[in-house]
Design a protein around this ligand. Sequence first.
Ligand SMILES: Nc1ncnc2c1ncn2[C@@H]1O[C@H](COP(=O)(O)OP(=O)(O)OP(=O)(O)O)[C@@H](O)[C@H]1O
Length: 246
Amino acid sequence: MRISAESLTVRRGGRVTLDGASLSLAPGELVGLIGPNGAGKTTLMRAMLGLVAASGHSSLAQLPAARRAHIAAWLPQEREAAWPISVEALVRLGRIPHRRPDADHAQVERALSRMGLTDLRQRPVNTLSGGERARVLIARALAQDTPVLLADEPIAGLDPAYQIATMALFRGLAQDGRAVMASLHDLGLAARHCTRLVLMDRGRIAFDGPPQDALSPERLARIFGIEAHLEMTAEGPVFQPLRVLR
Ligand SMILES: Nc1ncnc2c1ncn2[C@@H]1O[C@H](COP(=O)(O)OP(=O)(O)OP(=O)(O)O)[C@@H](O)[C@H]1O
């Protein structure tokens, strides 16, 4: 399902934290949302989902909550687990919108297996490492089995193998016809795995297009304040930040 936002603007604490953001997200796309700390990535996704008050228009935010839960899964940045629910029970919470017991079991098993959690299924989530907990929350979003997935820094804290595997998994979801958007600080993985990059700078969308064009030396200097090496290889773009310019 194609979702869209037009002129989304969020004001918080007397400041504009999202300034007239317009974008769409189509089936088949894995869109990487990049930008420095505080640029407005989380705010944009929350505004698209209707989780923060915004002016402008969002096709997702205008849906009734029950319908929205069938359309879009949300993976928030926070990964705290305050109580000792088991891994399996937490992943099963992703099935709450559906109430289809026949599909529930299969979806939960698939999500556990995709995130390498079958051996951890009985563990209380508050006893897991940060990266293990991150995988459980990705699994919960996968179990929700929605056509749209919005994920806030899904690979932060994952080891290199799970970072690559998760990006490949998201790309696979897109290839299966879902629409996926993820905020990412690893520009190399973003350039390599995403079909499109949306670059945010001080509340605004500064660029929206192909990954190799997003990471131009000029934008890296002006927006991120860094110099980097970007090379197109047979395996895709390879990106390495080199130095801070400020
Ligand atoms: N509740 C709030 N009240 C006031 N300002 C807020 C509030 N929440 C966020 N902000 C501000 O909005 C701006 C955008 O924040 P946001 O979390 O969207 O950035 P981000 O790009 O996701 O950053 P990061 O990469 O650090 O996660 C920041 O300047 C932040 O300080």
